[in-house]
Design a protein around this ligand. Sequence first.
Ligand code: ADP
Length: 325
Amino acid sequence: MAGQQAAAAGAGGPVVCFGECMLELQGRPFGTLQQSFGGDTLNTAVYLARCGAAQGLRVDYATALGDDTLSDGLLQRWQAEGLGTGLVRRLPGRLPGLYLIEVDDQGERRFHYWREQAAARSYFDTADGDTPLERRADALGALYLSGISLAILPPAGRARLAALATRLRARGAPVVFDNNYRPRLWPDAATAQAAFTQFTSLASMALMTLDDEQALWGLPDAQAALQRTLALPCAEVVVKRGAAPTLVRLAGQAPVAVPTVPVPRVVDTTAAGDSFAGAYLAVRLAGGGAEAAAAEGNRLAACVVQHRGALMPRQAMPGADGPPA
Ligand code: ADP
């Protein structure tokens, strides 16, 4: 049965989520805008910290920010969510990326991004081995990154991240890759395909949204995408398919379907996959089975899609245990 083979949890070090978190503006253009923040790997880090708090899991968020007051504000908010921020680089004169969610009279949302110059892209723009992540590589418990983490880095940065992941894998620490394919962040599909191939080979776990895989490889239908995804070299593959059952495939075993939780009304699917990842990893890194982990992922994601925005209120989380001490 799938799910009985527990993941090798890191040897007590923090789980690190690496990527980009941006400033968010939402509302009517030229009118009143609400300012907040968001980003796939940050969302996962927050949900992982919330889900893993009871078992003492430590979660760090690694990225680069500027030395401005908005960057200060982001750091404070991440720390308030219980995230470690000791691996964050502060780059003088730089700024975080920004996106605007334009909401029209019908409630339709349109996204605009200003992220080409974001500090996060320059995380590895320093001498080889000279980032906090690389200096602490041997003390990290696990590494989580996404297709967006790869997309924002220049090729040299991606190579440094791959070397870091390889170092963790060499001593048995989990490396988790979440596909999150966003075509507009890549110069072309071939570059993205090469990077995804590299990281799905390096990773010990791949959390794959089927639609993204189909788009990345230009596959004719979901069945073709499923076949390709289940055949990835990664030992542990999870296939997310919206409301359809989630599939878990461990090395050498047949895939197992884990039903999702019926949702009466989907309000906003933002961070569905990110929250799934947080809940899934909290179970796996504590030594739980993959099927139980997928059930928890499905349970949390079903709650998240019934709330507006990426981060649902902590008090409304399934099995909520209040704010961090
Ligand atoms: P992503 O957010 O990465 O695009 P999906 O849309 O596949 O990925 O959703 C991620 C997870 O969220 C699913 O695996 C499932 O657990 C949950 N989910 C998404 N949509 C629904 C839905 N309509 N009903 C129940 N669960 C859902």
